[in-house]
Structures are given as C-alpha cells and as structure tokens.
Write a protein of this length. Structure first.
Length: 281
C-alpha cells in the first residue's frame, strides 16, 4: 500500500512534537492537504470519488495508528479533513435551500429547508419507461457519511465532536425560524447508525444531560412549533442509545450509574421503551 505504517508513525510523531517551530510537512501531510483542496467547489463534479478516497485514507491512517497503538497526534492530523468533509454535507443542504424558489419549503429543527419529496431523478429510457437514479446531492452526502464513519470509528465520538461540534436549540442558541445556525444536528441519525465500541459514560454525561435540558425546555414552552422541534430532538438523542450499547468499552464501570435513570425513563415515558429495550437486548 502507498501509505505504510512508517509514514503514519513518522507523521504523527512529527505533529506531536510541539517543540518544532519550523517543522517541514511530511509526505502524508501533503497528501492530506491535496485531498482537502479537492473539496473546493470547482471540483464538485468529482466529489463522490474524492470523498470515497478520503474515507479510505482516514481508514488506512486510523488502522495503522491503532495497530501501532499511537493515539497522540491522530486527532490533530485528521481534524482538518474531517471538518472539511463534514462541511460538504452542510453545503449540500444549504444549496438545496438557496436554489429553491421558496414555494417548496418546510421547517426542520426550526429552520426552513427544501422539502425533499424524493431522493431520485427519473431518466427516460428508449422504451419510454422511467428509470430511477440517485440524485447527485444524495450520492455526495452518502460518500460524506462513508468518510465520516471511518473518522468516527478511529477517533471515537468525543474526539469526533471536537472536529464537528453540535449545537442544540434552546441550549446553545435561540430557536427562531430565520435563525440559520450550523448546528450539525444531522449527526444524530448518523450516530444512531454508525456508532459502536463507544462509552456508555459519554452518553450519560453528555447526551443524557442535553436530553434532560431539552425536556425541561419544551415542558416550559407554549409555542407549538418550538415544542415539536425540541421534543423531536429529545427523542432523537434517545434513539442513539442503542448505538452506545453496541459493544461498549465500559459496561462494568459505567452501566450502574445509568441504570436508575433508564428504569425511571422506562416507567415514565412509553415512547422511550423501544430505544432503551433495544439497547439493553
């Protein structure tokens, strides 16, 4: 393979050397810089192929660092490309909004978005029958998630969220229809599908804390739209609980602290029984 273990170890060691004031970029850093450069808009037509290559690049670097048990420097090295890759997903969503004439909009998480009635285009074949094909935006977003799933696997959710932080309405910003905040809430269903080998403690200290704040906030609201948005986010957070239960690394040390809260939630809210029971089975 073109990226061998020595290239990875040399690069991460170089990045971790904080005493290097005029450090020369390693060949692997040059490759990463070119990959990031290819995510500029002029190369948009090639994004599916570039993003696929980025996912494989992240996987190769992550595997090598994991095999060599190198943790220091991995986050610093991958952070720029993870941020650039995640921004492509945001760009796609933004372009859906900006290219619309305004007649086909809906509120999602309190913000106007284009209604995506279908994720396919119809190409007419010679026999006159239509053939369904994925839209370009859908293909790009799928490749973004492919690349980010590799980053999530080797960085872990805590480090991943330092690269692509999430913001929640009524907690980090005020919920208004015209308040277009890059909150990255699209990561919630992504985590629900891709997260594994994580820490239950992180769910309890981070996500459960946010869920409780959302619950308290929508309980105080009188605006129907805001209640709906906050309540949906509350349940979306609980929907990622089964992913945290997918081969967690800290069951013995952390489950006990979650057990009482899980039991209370099972009793008090029937809608939480499905994700909690799914996680526990």
């Amino acid at each position: 393979e073109c990226v061998d273990d020595k290239m990875v170890s040399d690069t991460l060691a170089s990045i971790s050397n904080v005493d290097s004031q005029q450090r020369i970029s390693t060949p692997l850093e040059t490759v990463l810089e070119h990959l990031i450069d290819f995510l500029r808009y002029p190369y948009r037509i090639a994004w599916p192929h570039i993003l696929f290559s980025i996912g494989n690049f992240i996987q190769r670097v992550g595997e090598s660092a994991q095999t060599q048990k190198i943790e220091k420097g991995l986050l610093s090295f991958l952070k720029p490309i993870v941020q650039s890759t995640a921004s492509i997903y945001t760009v796609q969503d933004q372009m859906d909004y900006d290219e619309n004439d305004g007649d086909d909009l809906e509120f999602i998480n309190g913000k106007k978005r284009r209604k995506k009635k279908t994720m396919v285009n119809h190409d007419v074949e010679k026999n006159g029958e239509s053939k369904k094909t994925q839209s370009f935006e859908h293909i790009v977003n799928a490749k973004v998630l492919y690349a980010l799933s590799r980053a999530l696997r080797y960085l872990g959710i805590s480090n991943f969220l330092t690269c692509v932080p999430m913001s929640f309405p009524s907690i980090h910003y005020e919920l208004k229809p015209d308040n277009r905040v890059e909150d990255n809430l699209w990561l919630l269903p992504f985590f629900a599908q891709e997260l594994n080998h994580s820490e239950l403690k992180y769910f309890g200290t981070e996500f459960l804390t946010i869920a409780n704040k959302l619950f308290n906030n929508f309980s105080k609201q009188t605006n129907t739209l805001e209640i709906t948005v906050l309540k949906n986010l509350y349940y979306q957070i609980w929907d990622i609980f089964p992913a945290f239960c997918n081969s967690p690394t800290d069951v013995k040390s952390s489950f006990k602290s979650l057990a009482k809260g899980l039991g209370t939630s099972l009793t008090n809210d029937p809608l939480l029984r499905q994700p909690i029971c799914k996680g526990l089975t």
